[in-house]
Unconditional design. Structure first.
Length: 373
């Protein structure tokens, strides 16, 4: 019997599509989903027989590990409890999205150990597991409703081109599938990038949607400095931080990114494209630092999610960030080690700027020594 094909774009209620997919998976069926990369075929990782049929459908003579599709970056720690900071950084920045991370899952508390035996063999034959949070609304909704993860593989036979539309999936797998969710051509039309992370280093196992250059930037350690308007305190702190880090790493300031370090600043109440205050520009020029090209930017969800450490000028800045993004609490702290506020010099005489700059420099000297670079 041919699979049921549901046209997502003409469906009256997307929730009904999600429920039908969840039911098919829970009953041990194979379901083809669109993703942002290519179409994939999924089976519930809790259904051992379904996973075995998925492997057989791929015509694999030698089993390559199946990917585990999970709900979120936070869930990755359930499968790799001791994942290294680099792996966590990439997960936080790349997901949902077209990157599969291969990481160590040998920890005895890994949830991989709780999957059926043959499923463990299919996803983790060598104590590493490929994890991905696909960037498509339907499969994410399905994952949120299922009790466990999905085993996921591209919807093509071994050695054949990847399927980028639902017709190619149906033509290839036919009645081996219970359901095909059709959302038209895939956004990227090429596979995810597969990146192995081990002992603080990464290796691209398969070049895909995300190029090496972008992965290098995504793997960088990001220091984010935050004030109110991003015109005085945080821009000065950004420049001082760049200068100190360059000296620590024995490189030029414009070479920091090549050393895997990014420094940025933002304001919790500002807009894009403003300039640093003239007093701050003049003061830093006297210190040999150029702030004249600085442009203000507001603090965004993406910046908060990407930052490895967030230093705020005041307690109220930190409280505002944590209130809006609770998951960032452990990465957000006051720049001042004693948790005192660094007061805003805006509109004050030049000596206030000098006093503020000196305080920022003193606190940064301590903070920079704490950074795991």
């Amino acid at each position: 019997m041919p699979p049921v094909v549901i046209d997502l774009q003409s469906a009256e209620d997307r929730r009904d599509v999600v429920h039908r997919a969840v039911q098919a998976l829970a009953e041990g069926g194979l379901v083809a989903f669109p993703t942002e990369t290519v179409y994939g075929v999924a089976a519930s990782a809790l259904e051992e027989d379904a996973v075995c049929r998925l492997l057989a459908a791929k015509d694999r003579t030698a089993v390559k590990p199946l990917t585990l599709a999970i709900k979120s970056a936070d869930e990755a720690r359930d499968y790799a409890p001791d994942m290294c900071p680099l792996a966590w950084r990439l997960a936080r920045r790349c997901w949902p999205g077209p990157v599969t991370l291969v990481i160590d899952d040998s920890h005895p508390e890994s949830l991989v150990r709780r999957l059926p035996r043959r499923v463990q063999e299919a996803v983790s034959p060598k104590q590493s597991v490929g994890l991905r949070v696909p960037g498509h609304r339907v499969i994410l909704d399905v994952l949120r409703m299922l009790a466990g993860p999905l085993t996921l593989t591209s919807a093509n036979r071994a050695g054949m081109p990847e399927a980028v539309n639902a017709k190619a999936v149906s033509d290839t797998f036919g009645d081996e599938l219970s359901l095909v969710v059709d959302d038209g051509p895939c956004r990227f039309g090429q596979p995810s990038s597969v990146v192995r992370v081990n002992r603080g280093k990464y290796e691209v196992l398969r070049a895909g949607v995300v190029p090496e250059r972008t992965l290098r930037r995504l793997s960088s350690f990001l220091v984010l400095l935050v004030c109110t308007g991003n015109t005085c305190r945080s821009p000065m702190a950004e420049m001082f931080c760049r200068d100190m880090l360059a000296k620590r790493l024995k490189c030029k300031m414009d070479e920091l990114e090549d050393r895997g370090v990014l420094v940025m600043s933002a304001g919790i109440a500002t807009t894009f494209g403003g300039r640093a205050s003239s007093e701050a520009v003049q003061l830093l020029a006297e210190m040999g630092l150029d702030l004249s090209s600085h442009e203000t930017q507001p603090l965004t969800e993406a910046l908060v999610r990407h930052a490895d450490v967030i230093y705020t000028m005041t307690r109220s800045h930190r409280e505002a960030i944590v209130a809006q993004w609770p998951a960032a609490a452990e990465r957000t702290c006051l720049l001042a080690v004693d948790e005192s506020d660094i007061c805003d010099p805006i509109g004050a005489p030049p000596e206030y700027y000098r006093r503020c700059a000196a305080q920022i420099q003193a606190e940064l000297r301590t903070r920079i020594n704490e950074l795991p670079l």
